[in-house]
Design a protein around this ligand. Structure first.
Ligand code: AMP
Ligand code: FE
Ligand code: FE
Ligand code: ZN
Length: 288
């Protein structure tokens, strides 16, 4: 590994709502000059094997996932994302929770489509499921159907309040965030709170919750992320320093569903090494 490796610890493939398959994702990561990339699809490890098989020489892969969680301490419960790295993908309780969440996402997606159709908007659930091709379904897949139907021009527009951002938004059945942190640790993984301060995405959790999560086993906070302003990222770094948490930065690459490029934000090698050292579920994979 070079003295200042490029490390991007958050990227999606077609195993969830990214647009590159896992093999193309790791190739794109190498092309972007990354030394380490993490595959972190929503609520699934389905992309891991294909990413490992296609791993280009010189690139290291961190196997992970982004878990859909909620904090019950707000009214209504607040959705949030937990990155989980290097956990055992066969840990029974974690496997069961991920399966439950994926199934609930399908039921919710179908209900969103019913709401759209009731308003005369011609999108088809079977077509959306076919396009998702077995990957964890989310609103980006419905957004793509709205674009195909010529109803909106971009994913961003589809996430506006008239569409999936509010009017046709339904809550997900997520994992309680304290349970998720405990499960990830029990599976030998390392939990990192994704984009914790991204106020432009909606409501955010109070710092007091982050302190409680740190006590409960949270390992780190994602500070550098396109949904954080510089002030928000600085606040997250300060909080991490106060709580003894590690800090990551990542692109949260979604292929053409978003405009952000691989490596747009990166993680310092020290934080990466802390994640690897704290894990015991699966190892990092390096090729060549
Ligand atoms: P869901 O998991 O179904 O609630 O959908 C949330 C996902 O949609 C996130 O993981 C992002 O990938 C994507 N997303 C959220 N907001 C936007 C946005 N404004 N533009 C594009 N994609 C978004
Ligand atoms: Fe996503
Ligand atoms: Fe996220
Ligand atoms: Zn993500």
């Amino acid at each position: 590994m070079p003295a200042r490796p490029l490390i991007d610890l958050h990227a999606h493939s077609t195993a969830s709502d990214g647009t590159l398959g896992p093999a193309d994702l790791v190739r794109a990561a190498a092309d972007a000059g990354l030394d380490v990339v993490a595959i972190t699809d929503h609520d699934t490890t389905a992309g891991w094997a294909a990413a490992v098989d296609a791993l280009p020489t010189g690139l290291s892969l961190v196997r992970g996932a982004e878990l859909s969680c909620r904090w019950q301490g707000a009214q209504p419960a607040l959705p949030l994302h937990l990155l989980a790295y290097l956990f055992d993908p066969e840990h029974p309780e974690l496997v069961a929770e991920l399966a439950r969440v994926r199934q609930a996402r399908e039921a919710r997606g179908e209900r969103i489509v019913e709401l759209l159709r009731a308003d005369g908007i011609d999108v088809s659930w079977p077509e959306i499921m076919a396009a998702a091709d077995g990957g964890t379904v989310g609103r980006p897949h419905i957004a793509a159907a709205l674009i195909r139907a010529g109803l909106v021009a971009t994913t961003t527009e589809a996430f506006g309040p008239q569409w999936l951002g509010q009017r046709y938004r339904l809550p997900k059945e997520d994992i309680d965030v304290f349970q998720a942190v405990a499960l990830v640790r029990a599976a030998g993984g390392v939990p990192v709170f994704a984009h914790p301060r991204a106020s432009r995405r909606g409501r955010i959790v109070p710092d007091s919750l982050i302190a409680e999560l740190a006590d409960a086993g949270l390992a780190g906070l994602e500070a550098d992320h396109e949904d954080h302003t510089p002030a928000e990222a600085a606040h997250v770094r300060g909080l991490a320093a106060d709580l003894g948490l590690l800090v990551t930065g990542s692109s949260d690459f979604h292929g053409s569903h978003k405009s952000v490029r691989l490596g747009a934000h990166t993680t310092a090698v020290g934080a990466y090494e802390r994640i690897v050292a704290a894990s015991s579920g699966v190892t990092g994979v390096a090729s060549g």
